[in-house]
Design a protein around this ligand. Structure first.
Ligand code: FES
Length: 116
């Protein structure tokens, strides 16, 4: 099981809202869907919009910049399969929302290596 780090307090993210966070140098978007917390990569793959500041309806967030949409549970973009974002494991411990980024850095390095 990966290492979980504190991302926010439960009461800081009311139902139906999200938040942009910087966790271990990585931008993450954390959402509360009906009392259940979900985390995906926080940077929109279109032009880098902050998805945590997007408009959440049900489990779909709409990027505040140009309105691309993503499922915050799976990271998938319903209209753009190639734009799928990584989702991260989330758990609640007491009043804290915890996110695991394990594997994310290795994946990012692999991505950079592929681009060079
Ligand atoms: S930056 Fe998100 S839709 Fe353009």
């Amino acid at each position: 099981m990966g290492e979980f780090i504190r991302a926010a307090g439960v009461s800081e993210i009311p139902e139906g809202t999200g938040r942009s966070l910087e966790l271990a140098g990585r931008r993450v978007a954390l959402f509360n869907v009906g009392g259940s917390f979900h985390a995906i990569e926080g940077t929109c793959p279109h032009r880098g919009g902050p998805l945590g500041e997007g408009f959440l309806k049900g489990r779909v967030v709409t990027c505040p910049w140009h309105f691309w949409q993503f499922d915050v549970v799976t990271g998938a973009a319903p209209d753009l399969p190639e734009a799928c974002l990584r989702s991260f494991p989330v758990k609640v411990s007491g009043e804290d929302v915890l996110v695991s980024l394990d594997g994310a850095e290795a994946e990012a390095r692999a991505g950079e290596a592929r681009e060079t």
